[in-house]
Design a protein around this ligand. Structure first.
Ligand SMILES: [Ca+2]
Ligand SMILES: [Ca+2]
Length: 211
């Protein structure tokens, strides 16, 4: 088999691989300056609550914030991850520091806390922080929480010294690498054999001309 058609097949496979990756997105939003209250309350999609006995809620100091990323309305959710593996979990959060941020944490509810993924932040800042949740969690642990009831919802937790006004999570899955890798290696092997056969053929041809 000539090398040209093999390269065409390989490129086609790479294009198919790219096309079959899937991405789902969910966001949550609230006010950067909610009113303060003596009781826990919802600031848009964010619920500002305990711990109790540490002053008002909504002042951005000493309080826990929870919210849910709802992927169930994403058009791709019904087939996500469609036999693929989670390759990227891009999490971003917008914080408004009222006092100052030290040793804060964010986590997926039910999984271990991500202690101190944030740098220390001084008071009065608006900061957007982005990181890959896969730096902290395994793909399977995230997917297990995602498909647990309620389906397609991932509950999040943040503590404790800033108001959260926006959060976004983008999950990307790619097909299982095994079958694709085997196909690629197989094609590369065929290409090597074809090239060696062509070289040997040329050598015999030249030898015939020289004799
Ligand atoms: Ca407070
Ligand atoms: Ca803190």
């Amino acid at each position: 088999m000539a090398l040209g058609p093999i390269i065409v097949i390989l490129v086609a496979c790479l294009v198919a691989e790219e096309a079959s990756s899937a991405t789902i997105v969910a966001t949550a939003s609230g006010s950067p300056s909610p009113p303060t209250s003596a009781n826990p309350f919802a600031n848009g999609d964010f619920f500002i609550a305990g711990p109790a006995g540490l002053g008002d809620f909504g002042d951005g100091v000493d309080e826990n914030t929870t919210w849910s990323f709802d992927f169930s309305t994403d058009p791709q959710w019904a087939t996500f991850p469609a036999g693929g593996v989670l390759s990227f979990a891009a999490f971003s959060v917008t914080l408004h520091t009222k006092g100052g941020v030290q040793t804060d944490a964010v986590s997926i509810v039910g999984l271990a806390g991500l202690f101190d993924p944030f740098d220390e932040l001084s008071a009065g800042l608006t900061v957007n922080i982005t990181f890959d949740l896969l730096d902290f969690y395994t793909p399977s642990s995230i997917l297990q929480k995602l498909v647990a009831s309620p389906d397609g919802v991932l509950s999040m937790f943040y503590a404790d010294d800033a108001i959260v006004s926006f959060a976004r999570l983008e999950l990307t899955a790619v097909p299982e690498p095994s079958s694709f890798a085997l196909l690629t290696f197989g094609l590369l092997g065929m290409a090597a054999v074809a090239r060696r056969t062509a070289v040997q053929g040329n050598a015999r041809h030249l030898a015939g001309r020289c004799s």
